[in-house]
Unconditional design. Sequence first.
Length: 105
Amino acid sequence: MSENGSTIEVSLDRGVALSVDREAPFLELELELKEGNARDLFVLARKIEAIVPFRFGVLSKAERGFRLLGAAQVVVKLNRLLWTGARPRSRPSTRSCSRALGSFA
């Protein structure tokens, strides 16, 4: 699908996550930016939300599965930092911290 020149993959996923004694049905519409501006991803999400109410989710299927099992695992993806060895003259900016930490699920 295209939104403002960005390419976005849209897929519908329906199923049930099962563990030994628990289950959690799910129905999700997944939007994945293949090429372009991340802002366009949210523009498309808001257009869809105007038609069909939904809530945004940031947990992966694996993380939801761990929660179903009762595991207290959290998956975090950190971006690589380049350390020059120099001491900063001031506190790091919010943007620097965001780039360093990536996105927490």
